[in-house]
Design a protein around this ligand. Sequence first.
Ligand code: PLP
Length: 390
Amino acid sequence: MSLLFHVEHPFSQPMLYFDHNATAPLSPAARAAWLEAQELFPGNPASTHWAGRRAEAALETSRAWLAGWLGCGDADLVFTSGATEAANAVFAHLAHSAGRTAGVMVSAVEHPCVLEAAERWFPSRVVRLPVLSGGVLDLDAASGLLRGGFNAGRPAAVALMAANNETGVIQPWAALRDLCRERDIPFICDATQWVGRLPAEGLGECAFLFASGHKSGAPVGTGFLKVPRGFTGLLSGGDQEDGRRAGTQNVAGAAGLVAALRECEGLLDGVPARLEMRGEAERLLLEALPGGRIVGAGVERLWNTVSLLAPELADCRQRWVVRLDATGVAGSSGSACASGREQSSHVLRAMGVGAGESDRVLRLSSGWGTSLEDWRGVAERMAAVFERWR
Ligand code: PLP
């Protein structure tokens, strides 16, 4: 029984949660690690007394695991509150360290935290790298642009996410990372939707790498950023994290983050079965919705994400996501990070999906605990909505 909250349950059928790409439920392992660390290490890691030293040691244990898992040095890692903070810190750092005329290249389908931070710190000096119709970066075009340079000079950095949050489309981040390395250009990778779902191998070789923890079962407000030497950071007022991120460190959050990622790591053998489940789920959904189609069908996508272009409802103001919500299914009409702002998706636009169609795109994102029965439940409820409102 909650002391603080009243939790509504207005549905006659079980609620189905299909919005893991926005936030996944806290994993039991993360919960246990968080609680344990919170109780065992009440001190501030910056304090010099025994409690502070213990907290600092706990934080460094988490950092060491994360560094080993990513394949980078402990000193390369900064704990953050998530990906948005990290992206802003990266572009701020680049703007201070690059020449005044330098620009950056970012893929057209990055999360707004990358696109908007890039625009903020490099106004009018951002080149958007195009994607092909399946949503995958056009590597030939990117490589041509890299060769051609930017404003007659080298870009200060190039950014490509590992996997897209709206469509689940997997990007050729390792190939672009290597192209950048050959040219000595820093490569930035937003791995927020990748970590916890696919192997971490190679991620630590990106010059800048970041992710939020809460898409893979870690507590909200946790994340990490991998940086090269000399990184300055955005926050001032303390020398925590080697002066790269001021503010009291979140010891328990870091423990929860590591516990969640370790747990996911142990589940990775299940990826082929999960891909099969996604295939079956898509079959059920398309059967329920004649005329629907899968966005990004035919290209490699995350096992957990289905982006579905649903058929039109009779009243076009009746959005699919709202109708489904009324049946107890939590999905998303695109990036939930836009805090309910209804905007046409830049990702779908970059993929050539028309404005009239992108309103009907529904993102269903599952987790390791989602079953085929859950997907079947969504398909049945979608069929019922379609029957009623078509
Ligand atoms: N990057 C990607 C790919 C995301 O999916 C998200 C959130 O959905 C973010 C960055 C921002 O993460 P946060 O809101 O946790 O900072």
